[in-house]
Design a protein around this ligand. Structure first.
Ligand SMILES: Cc1ncc(COP(=O)(O)O)c(C=O)c1O
Length: 362
């Protein structure tokens, strides 16, 4: 079950699941701790995910669970984290956690990191001697950029910090260390009175926000930077692209110049935490009419209807938690088929999850 009162200050968190999934077991929130000499704390060696579970008429439904877990596994592969977790096992664990939490909606946070073997401690940069630990936590998270942001939009700035370069840190991996760059962008924005910062890539083209992808609308066409602009291949970004196709809106991946942000008709962020948040000004220059634009509103409406299960999604995007039959979460040696005895709408989908490489043109 969840705690009645939360302590977070960044958004209106009120409830935290008091259990955490750890390496195949459920442990108490208070027991989910690491040693201060763990490799991850010193060298940033973690990869993680952020997944939303929505309150629907059919109970809690996890949004694009399989795609998130596929990205999680991709991030682990990039960082040579050789672990025992399977796609199905991780999905299964998330479903079980949400079921046990009693939360009707929540944010799910899987994390895999290099920890410390206290019987054989290793303190160097070389990560290989350090054991891997995997946890999944969940809490009820409100609107990331504020409740009113979804309707009214946010005021943002272009950051003086660039996004990671492709040959320094791979933006494609959702690693904890990438978020040091995000923190610089976010802190600079906040101390200067903005809700969020937009980073440019190393060539000076628009990349993304500290925790969101970005879209602009010009002449009824929706544009978003390509993967080659050092962005995270956002799952909400992919959802927006597919929703545009469904709504008959032209959408293109293009390198975007900074100045285009100022003259766009509309702009918005996409992300699991931020969902679809309109941008009303950039560097104190009003974007379009200074509110939520019409195309943004249409995409946002379709997105929220889909996440509530009230509108057919372009794919099997919702995993209805109460309708899943679970075996014990798989830790190792289990096949993916064994871990899903029930019919799992999203998870039994035959087509590949998300092709991160296909959509990387300029
Ligand atoms: C840097 C960054 N870009 C983009 C996104 C959006 O990705 P997604 O829609 O998969 O949450 C996030 C959020 O996780 C992020 O942290």
């Amino acid at each position: 079950m969840f705690r009645k009162e939360g302590t977070a200050k960044d958004v209106s968190t009120t409830r935290i699941c008091d259990e955490v999934w750890h390496d195949g077991e459920f442990i108490k929130w208070n027991d989910a701790r690491v040693h201060v000499m763990s490799h991850v704390l010193h060298y940033g060696s973690s990869i993680f995910e952020g997944i939303r579970c929505y309150d629907t008429k059919r109970g809690p439904a996890i949004f694009r669970l399989k795609e998130h877990m596929q990205r999680f596994l991709n991030s682990a592969r990039i960082y040579r984290m050789e672990h025992k977790w399977t796609l199905a096992g991780l999905c299964d664990a998330s479903v079980a956690l949400v079921k046990r939490s009693g939360l009707e909606q929540c944010y799910i946070r899987p994390i895999l990191f290099r920890s410390l073997d206290e019987s054989k401690p290793a303190f160097g940069v070389n990560p290989f001697p350090n054991p891997l630990a995997c946890y999944i936590g969940a809490w009820d998270w409100g609107k990331y950029l504020g409740d009113e942001a979804i309707e009214q939009g946010v005021d943002v700035c272009v950051s003086t910090w660039n996004r990671l370069t492709p040959n320094s840190m791979p933006a494609m991996a959702k690693s904890g260390a990438n978020y040091m760059n995000s923190q610089l962008i976010k802190m600079e924005a906040l101390v200067n009175g903005f809700a969020e910062g937009i980073a440019l890539d190393d060539r000076g083209y628009v990349s993304e926000g500290s925790g969101e992808n970005i879209f602009v609308v010009a002449n009824d066409t929706v544009l978003t930077p390509p993967l080659s602009s050092s962005i995270l291949a956002g799952i909400t970004r992919d959802s927006v692209i597919q929703i545009c196709h469904q709504l008959g809106i032209t959408v293109k991946e293009r390198s975007i110049q900074r100045a285009a942000l100022y003259v766009a008709d509309e702009a918005f962020f996409s992300g699991t935490a931020a969902e679809i948040t309109p941008i009303r000004s950039v560097d104190r220059i009003t974007v379009g009419n200074g509110g939520r634009g019409e195309i943004t509103a249409n995409i946002q409406k379709a997105f929220f209807e889909i996440t509530k299960g009230e509108r057919p999604a372009p794919g099997a995007w919702l995993t209805y938690v109460n309708e899943q039959e679970l075996s014990a979460p798989v830790v190792d040696g289990g096949s993916e088929a064994e871990s899903f005895p029930g019919s799992t709408e999203a998870l039994n989908e035959q087509e590949p999850v998300l092709n991160y490489l296909a959509a990387s043109g300029d």
